[in-house]
Ligand binder design. Structure first.
Ligand code: ZN
Length: 275
C-alpha cells in the first residue's frame, strides 16, 4: 500500500459549467489559474448543506482544492471558498446574459485535442484566466452599470490573446492617424483588421471586405475598452444604439477571424423581440 500523500491542487478557478451526476453529486468544469481546464466531481454537492455546493455554481470565482491525479479525467473536489459571485447582489437579466455568454465563449476556447487539454498549464490558459478574472471582477463590482461593456472588454481581450486585436489608432489601409472628427467619418473593416480613414474606407472595397461605418462614439468606446478602462458616461453615453454598434462590430470581427466563432446563445436573451 502506498504511503505517499496524494497530490492536491490549491488554486483559483472560474466555474464554467456544472451538471448533476448520480443522486446527489455534481460535475463541474473549471478554468483554473494554475492547471488550465479541469473537470471535478463534487460528491454530494447537491445536498442542501453540502460545503461543496457553492463551488459548482457557474460564473463564480472561487478558491479550490482538488485531487491532482494525472490518470483521472475527473478530479475529486475537496474544499474551497467563494471569492466573487457576479450574480450575488440581485442579478439583472442583462448581467446574467452577459455572464452566461462569457462562460460559453471561454468554454469554447478550450484546447481541441485531448492531449493538449491534459497538459493545459501553459501561458495561454494562464493569461486566459487573468482575462476572465478581470471580467468577473468588473461584473461583480457594485459600480458596474454596463455589463455589456465588461463583456466587450472580454471579447477584446480574447482577440488580443490570439494576436488579433483591431487596429484603432492608425488607418488599416494607409497608416495615417485616425481622427473621428475628420469630415467623411471613419470606417471599420473586418478584413483589413481595424479602423480606416474616410479615403481608404470610401474606396471600392474588395469582395468580402466587410466594411462598415464607425461612429465617433464607438471609436472612443472601443479605445476605452482596448485600454481596459471604464467608460466615463459624460464622455460617451452608453446607449442602446452604441451597445448595438459595438456588439455587431466585435462579433463580426470575432466571426471573421476566429473560425468556428458564433455568438453565445445566452445573448439571445437580450435581443429585442420581433412582434
Ligand atoms: Zn487610410
Amino acid at each position: 500500500m502506498s504511503v505517499l500523500p496524494r497530490p492536491v491542487a490549491c488554486t483559483d478557478a472560474l466555474v464554467l459549467r456544472s451538471w448533476p451526476c448520480g443522486e446527489t453529486s455534481a460535475i463541474a468544469s473549471y478554468l483554473t489559474r494554475d492547471h488550465g481546464y479541469v473537470k471535478v466531481i463534487a460528491k454530494a454537492a447537491r445536498r442542501p448543506r453540502s460545503q461543496l455546493r457553492p463551488l459548482v455554481e457557474p460564473g463564480r470565482l472561487i478558491g479550490v482544492e482538488f485531487g491532482l491525479d494525472p490518470g483521472r479525467q475527473l478530479q475529486y473536489l475537496r474544499a474551497g471558498s467563494v471569492h466573487l459571485d457576479p450574480l450575488g447582489t440581485g442579478a439583472s437579466l442583462e448581467r446574467s446574459a452577459f455572464l452566461l455568454g462569457a462562460l460559453e465563449l471561454v468554454d469554447r476556447c478550450r484546447p481541441r485535442d485531448p492531449e493538449g487539454a491534459s497538459s493545459a498549464n501553459d501561458g495561454d490558459t494562464d493569461s486566459l484566466f487573468a482575462v476572465c478574472e478581470e471580467f468577473v471582477r468588473m461584473l461583480s463590482s457594485p459600480t458596474c452599470t454596463a455589463p455589456g461593456l465588461a463583456f466587450f472588454g472580454l471579447e477584446w481581450n480574447l482577440l488580443r490573446l490570439h494576436g488579433l486585436a483591431p487596429e484603432l489608432t492608425a488607418c488599416a489601409g494607409c497608416g495615417t492617424e485616425l481622427d473621428p472628427q475628420v469630415s467623411g467619418g471613419l470606417w471599420f473593416s473586418l478584413a483589413e483588421g481595424g479602423g480606416m480613414c474616410p479615403g481608404c474606407g470610401g474606396e471600392r472595397e474588395p469582395p468580402g471586405g466587410a466594411r462598415r461605418r464607425l461612429s465617433a462614439g464607438a471609436w472612443t468606446a472601443l479605445l476605452t475598452i482596448a485600454g481596459g478602462g471604464a467608460l466615463a458616461p459624460a464622455e460617451v453615453p452608453w446607449s442602446r444604439a452604441l451597445r448595438r454598434e459595438i456588439g455587431a462590430l466585435l462579433h463580426g470581427f470575432l466571426g471573421y477571424h476566429l473560425p468556428g466563432y458564433r455568438l453565445p446563445a445566452a445573448l439571445d436573451l437580450l435581443r429585442p423581440r420581433k412582434d
